[in-house]
Design a protein around this ligand. Sequence first.
Ligand code: 5GP
Length: 122
Amino acid sequence: MTTIFSKIIDKSIPADILYEDELALAFKDINPQAPIHFLVIPKKAIATINDIEEADKTLVGHLYWVAAKLAAEMGFAQDGYRAVMNCNEHGGQTVYHIHLHVLAGKALGWPPYQDKLKPKLV
Ligand code: 5GP
């Protein structure tokens, strides 16, 4: 299944791209939930955490490496941040192409959720 993120990867729709390599892309979230909020996604379309295969383990680790690299370069690594993935409806996932949310720029509350379902985006 293709999603809006496939179009961001192939540049058919614009995004504010922060980092790109052969495996991953990082871009600002269109609806930021913190002063700094960007997404790190694999170029390979994997729908949910549940669809990560053994062969994808290095790729998923790479997403965290990109998050940490950008945190250092953007200057918020020491203050801290959150890097999370939502999975399926109860996890609040709306785009079915896995993505690491990186949220920073303020002291983030915990728990990070509101008890409500979000509509699935296509
Ligand atoms: P999820 O709810 O699946 O965990 O997160 C999806 C995220 O993608 C949301 O934070 C949403 O704001 C973001 N998003 C959805 N569509 C677009 C888009 O077209 N461009 C960008 N930059 N972010 C998007």
